[in-house]
Design a protein around this ligand. Structure first.
Ligand SMILES: [Zn+2]
Length: 197
């Protein structure tokens, strides 16, 4: 675990944990119907005990398989208290590899296969009734410049996949229908309410 801590130790000031942020909004984890995981690296899975009373946890099948097999990059005991349900990407017109999962079947929330940083890394496209979207590009980049300059991630299991995924996120970020492209580790991202039309 020593190596993983060095690689993935998250920057988490007090008040920023998922539990504290939910409490600020007047919710507890038992109010959550669904927790969507972009991937299972330790800096994204270590908070699962804080939301263990959520009703359902979804992660891509590719990521769950990798999490069970790859002892170097994953710490399975981090999700021992929750039941992870795998979802399957389907062929689609979305994403760098044309594979996505339409969560509610209405294209409002779509998980998109954007591998490279990890085997089953998902980005999330959230679309309002008027067709405007927010792209949560997860760990496809680490800050805004990684999307703008198509940098690949420091940690990558497949450099070619990483390059294709970051190129796709760059292209999407220029689409007039994408209001914002947000990546997970960007320290310049602050809590806000974004209204989609
Ligand atoms: Zn990661």
């Amino acid at each position: 675990m020593g190596l993983q801590v060095q690689i993935n130790k998250a920057y988490l000031p007090s008040g920023w944990s998922i539990k504290e942020q939910l409490a600020d909004l007047g919710y507890s984890d038992s109010d959550l119907d669904l927790v969507l995981l972009s991937h299972l690296h330790s800096d994204h899975a270590s908070g699962l005990p804080m939301v263990q009373n959520a009703k359902k946890f979804l992660v891509s099948e590719e990521e769950l398989d990798a999490g069970k097999k790859d002892k170097l990059r994953y710490i399975p005991k981090m999700w021992k208290d929750v039941e992870l349900t795998p979802f399957q990407f389907k062929d689609s017109n979305l994403g760098p590899f044309h594979r996505s999962f339409d969560l509610f079947g209405d294209k409002s929330v779509q998980m998109i296969w954007t591998p490279g940083h990890s085997e089953g890394l998902s980005s999330t496209l959230i679309t309002g009734a008027g067709g405007k979207s927010i792209l949560l590009a997860s760990d496809v980049g680490y800050d805004q410049s990684s999307i703008e300059e198509r940098k690949t991630q420091g940690i990558s299991i497949n450099r070619k996949w990483s390059y294709i995924s970051s190129g796709w996120a760059n292209q999407m970020s220029h689409s007039p229908n994408i209001l914002r492209t947000i990546v997970n580790h960007d320290v310049n991202t602050h809590p806000e309410i974004i209204t989609l039309s």
